[in-house]
Design a protein around this ligand. Structure first.
Ligand SMILES: Cc1ncc(COP(=O)(O)O)c(C=O)c1O
Length: 397
């Protein structure tokens, strides 16, 4: 393929874009059978308008320039709001491009602080793949600790895995695909006792679960209010309702944040410090996140988060009502599973895929909880789930 010689008109281009949109399942028809879209913004015209506005103003801003005072101030405000939400009066940190970048960065900071070139990272077997990716990039050895029957990390086993060369412990608040929160307080104590860096990956839970406090879905502390936690990350582009690419990481103190930054070697002849993995940083992502957080406020987030959880519980009930089916776990956040100990789920999945349904396929041995359909439950998609449950019931006969 070649770049078109004379360029095309906007009319032609927009027609092309609409075609690609259809093929991406982002248009209203595709979305009717879409259960694997965990990024909550897309169907909400009201939020889209806010993001559009922020994008227009900050489209050509690069947050890596220290002259971008306005964007950097918005970033400080986003981080400060998140630190406050997660139990710190003065957290420091910055926005990243995604949960993957935040996780890798935490390992980079931990390794730098340990002053080792290598070392190990202790993490539960349900940790996100990006932490394994980080270990691979940074020459660290992942020590994978099996989880319990509820798909949660086992603090005693994690502690036994810590050795002299351990540079970090990582755990998850909202693990994939089981939607469970690891026992962060108990692991935090272990990190303190062994004086090891502890990162909490709360990519999904950091927003949603913070706004469930005091509700019927409340969960034990999982954030920076736990003393042993060194850093915590969560993605505005997930349950924060911001557009991609928007991740965020908050460090307990400045020293930890400094360890995550990288500055130019002197001989290159210019001064340039990047807080994360990427160089050019889109200012519009920061602006859009700032705009959404200010637009929704605590009340907006609380309403959406609780609605998402109520819908998740309804979905779980719907699954349990189907003969032979059950959820793999009772989720602590807004994704839910359907599995079976009697029926061949591979057959059920294939039938649903033929009908056009898109869902996450958790691959595991047949007739175990590990072989499951995973559905993202978004508060603006109420009409989708009952239709899916009807088809799920029919497919499992
Ligand atoms: C627990 C957890 N951490 C990190 C990530 C990575 O997020 P991203 O895809 O934004 O890099 C995910 C994504 O699914 C996740 O589930």
């Amino acid at each position: 393929m070649r770049i078109p010689k004379g360029g095309r008109t906007w009319g032609e281009i927009s027609k092309g874009l609409r075609g690609f949109e259809k093929a991406s399942f982002m248009d209203p028809t595709g979305r009717e059978k879409q259960l694997q879209h965990l990024y909550a913004l897309s169907g909400t015209p009201e939020l889209r308008a806010i993001v559009d506005g922020a994008f227009q103003i900050f489209l050509d801003s690069n947050a890596s320039y220290d002259t971008e005072h306005g964007v950097l101030e918005m970033e400080r405000e986003v981080v400060s709001m998140l630190a406050d939400l997660w139990g710190l009066s003065s957290g420091v940190g910055h926005m990243t491009s995604c949960g993957t970048e935040s996780n890798i960065l935490s390992l980079y900071a931990a390794r730098k602080l340990s002053k080792r070139k290598g070392g190990s990272v202790v993490l539960p077997s349900t940790a996100h793949m990006s932490l394994f990716k980080g270990c691979e990039y940074l020459g660290l050895k992942p020590i994978v600790v099996p989880v319990d029957d509820h798909f949660r990390a086992v603090p005693g086993a994690m502690e036994r895995a810590v050795t002299k060369d351990t540079v970090a412990i990582a755990a998850t608040a909202g693990n994939w695909a089981w939607a469970q929160i690891d026992p962060i307080e108990a692991i935090g104590k272990i990190a303190e006792e062994h004086d090891v860096y502890f990162h909490v990956d709360a990519a999904y839970a950091g927003f949603l679960c913070s706004f469930l406090k005091g509700s019927e879905f409340d969960i034990p502390p999982f954030d920076l209010s736990v003393k042993g936690v060194s850093s915590m990350s969560s993605d505005p582009h997930k349950n924060g309702y911001a557009p991609f690419p928007a991740g965020a990481i908050v460090f307990r103190d400045k020293e930890l944040q400094r360890a995550a930054a990288y500055s130019t070697p002197k001989f290159l002849g210019y001064e340039y410090e990047t807080p994360g993995l990427i160089g050019t940083r889109p200012g519009y992502s920061i602006a859009a996140t700032w705009a959404i957080m200010n637009y929704l406020g605590v009340e907006g987030y609380t309403k959406l988060s609780r609605k998402a959880m109520r819908m998740t519980m309804e979905f779980i009930k719907g699954v349990s009502d189907i003969p032979g089916l059950r959820p793999s776990t009772i989720p602590k956040l807004n994704f839910a599973t359907a599995c079976s100990l009697e029926i061949d789920m591979d057959r059920v999945k294939a039938t649903l895929k033929r009908k056009g349904w898109l869902f996450y396929d958790q691959i595991g041995p047949r007739k175990t909880r590990e072989n499951a359909i995973v559905a993202a439950i978004l508060p603006d998609r109420e009409e989708v789930y009952p239709r899916f449950l009807d088809d799920l019931r029919a497919a499992s006969k």
